[in-house]
Design a protein around this ligand. Sequence first.
Ligand SMILES: [Zn+2]
Length: 181
Amino acid sequence: MQATADHALERAWEVLESVPDPEIPVVSIRELGILRDVRRAGDGQIEVVITPTYSGCPAMSQIAEDVARALDAAALAPYRIATTLTPAWTTDWITDEAREKLRAYGIAPPAVDHCGNCGSPPRSAEQPITFVAKPKPLPAPACPHCGSKHTERLAQFGSTACKALYRCIDCREPFDYFKPY
Ligand SMILES: [Zn+2]
């Protein structure tokens, strides 16, 4: 935020904070950590910075389109949309509020894997985005329906590549798990 009020920038933040994720419409791209910044570029143009989630996620072009549509609707053109890959997106950027929304929506939110000493995510910013699962076996996520930890994985990929399909052994409901990344 600049010291002097920049109403166009404030307006841009406002409209973009309500742009939903195309795959999970209950959470916004801001809450998922995809929307990184809205700022004035050197030439004075509004610049929106987004970071792709998984490199294989087909939703990214959709997100850029949704961002453009929201800015156009608010008459905020001209603007540009910049994509940055560093630091690489991580599920740790998902806000606590969004985790609750995911759970309420029936998706188990990704486990948070913070460093016990400094509280920051364990992965370095330089790590490139690659489309591989974490090497160590993941602890079973809790069922978003009944909270039971008694769950089993049915498939590595759920409704999208970003999620795995699980089933609760107690309430027998299947659910998507947003894989930590
Ligand atoms: Zn359950």
